[in-house]
Design a protein around this ligand. Structure first.
Ligand code: CU
Length: 464
């Protein structure tokens, strides 16, 4: 079943028919790719009128959901079809440093017409995503974000598996694009979109089998918005957090206690669809305290499959490395405003003229890493304690490339100790995390509110 889905996806991406997939496999062995992606400008109608100037990997459609297989080598060719430079980053995937898609840190920016081959074997199954890491703000804001699903080595057996890419766009009354960067936003919580979409559709409705076991994969790929998710009152549970099956259970979110999911984060959810045909369930997100909007609705159809909550499988654990604890003292890393008067170096990847933010009071100087040392250096093969301190009033989803970590304690809340790649720091929050330094390299470490990232809140952690 899953193989078929992936084959269909490959067929769609390369314009092949089912009949020549065999030939394709032979080509693959000789150096072809599993996916060939090409960025492009396109248009799409979110409402009555088309919006021109969007960025996708397909014409008049969102970037596709990519499906890889756990433990199986994947080859993805990415061709830059835009005038601006670009790269592609595979968010949350533990991979070799050279494949991580960060300009200057791991590769040179990709010019128009050039193709970069990304090849890696994903060790972990789960819900991940992809986006450019050069001209990041403009290309992401204009649409270039997609889900990357790594299927479990064995199919866990859900009756439906629905990826949900949560992303806003900023549009005017005629459907035209509005400015996605504002200095006022960048210096605060970010510049918010006004058209809230799921898979580029507003309030979409998906048909699901009555009485079926449904898996949803929420991914916040927006540049700014922290979602506060509310789930309907149905039998279900949270399966995975940021790709990894949960060790520390998360409660089913309600209006009173929604689930906060920041930019870059994902949550996998399983529920049992109602038995009757034609029933509708609504998953919502809260703005402020009182106004929820619909993220997605699910309508039951067909004959009752008769599944029960007890049928929801446990996902197999990912191969999280067992490492001994390092003897170095805890490092503290401070996220806050920038000191005054910082300049920026000007590279090819959309460095901003403004600097508002810093890590350890040092703002990222621009695209390139000259004269910029690591935020921390971690001994390879050990687990390390870092203390992350947000000294600003804004939320910061802090993302670490190439490694997994888990929160151990917070000064503000009980925080579930699940493995992750992105942690949402609350106002004035201090969180201690345990980083598993099993992968050598200089790994990007930055806020995933992209206006924060691009105005200083970025750096890297060295594992050596
Ligand atoms: Cu931030």
């Amino acid at each position: 079943m899953v193989t078929l889905t992936r084959r269909q996806a490959i067929t769609g991406a390369l314009g092949l028919t089912a009949a020549n997939l065999g030939a394709f496999s032979a080509l693959n062995a000789a150096g072809s790719s599993d996916y060939h992606l090409r960025s492009r400008l396109t248009s799409f109608a979110f409402g009555d009128r088309p919006t021109e100037g969007l960025v996708s990997l397909a014409d008049n459609a969102p970037p596709p959901v990519l499906r890889l297989r756990q433990g199986k080598k994947a080859v993805i060719d990415f061709t830059n079809g835009l005038d601006d430079y670009s790269t592609m980053h595979w968010h949350g995937i533990r991979l070799p440093h050279a494949m991580d898609g960060v300009p200057y840190l791991t590769q040179v920016p990709i010019a128009r017409g050039e193709t970069f081959r990304y090849a890696f074997t994903p060790p972990d199954a789960g819900s991940f995503w992809y986006h450019p890491h050069c001209m990041t703000l403009s290309q992401m804001a204009l649409g270039l974000t997609g889900l990357l699903i790594v299927d479990e080595a064995e199919d866990p057996g859900f009756d439906a598996d629905i990826p949900l890419n949560l992303k806003d766009f900023r549009l005017g009354n005629e459907g035209e694009l509005l400015e996605h960067f504002t200095p006022r936003g960048a210096a605060r919580a970010g510049t918010f979109g006004n058209v809230k979409t799921t898979n580029w559709r507003q309030d979409p409705v998906y048909e699901v089998p009555a009485g079926g076991l449904i898996r949803l994969r929420f991914a916040v790929t927006d540049t700014t918005r922290v979602h506060k998710l509310i789930f309907p009152d149905v039998p279900g549970r949270i399966l995975a957090w940021d790709g990894h099956p949960v060790d520390d259970p998360l409660p089913w979110p309600t209006r009173e206690a929604p689930l906060w999911l920041g930019p870059g984060q994902r949550v996998d959810v399983a529920f049992v669809a109602p038995d009757e045909d034609g029933r509708e369930l609504t998953f919502e997100s809260l703005i402020g305290r009182n106004s929820p909007f619909n993220v997605a609705r699910f309508r039951t159809m067909g004959t009752n499959l008769g599944r029960r909550a007890g049928d929801i499988p446990d996902l197999p654990r990912n191969p999280i490395p067992a490492l001994e604890t390092a003897t170095q003292p805890t490092s503290e890393i401070v996220f806050g405003w920038s000191p005054e008067g910082d300049g920026t170096n000007n590279g090819l990847c959309g460095t901003n003229a403004y600097i508002f933010w810093s890590i350890n009071r040092r703002p990222w100087p621009g695209d390139a890493v000259e004269n910029t040392g690591p935020v921390a250096t971690l001994e390879l093969g050990k687990r390390h304690l870092l203390r992350l301190r947000n000294e600003s009033p804004n939320l910061h989803p802090i993302h670490l490339h190439g490694l997994v970590f888990r929160p151990l304690r917070s000064n503000l809340r009980k925080i579930p100790a699940n493995y992750t790649d992105t942690i949402l720091l609350l106002k004035d929050e201090i969180v201690e995390i345990e980083v598993l330094a099993d992968n050598p390299g200089d790994w990007a470490f930055h806020c995933h509110v992209i206006e924060h990232q691009k105005t200083g809140l970025s750096g890297f952690i060295r594992v050596a």
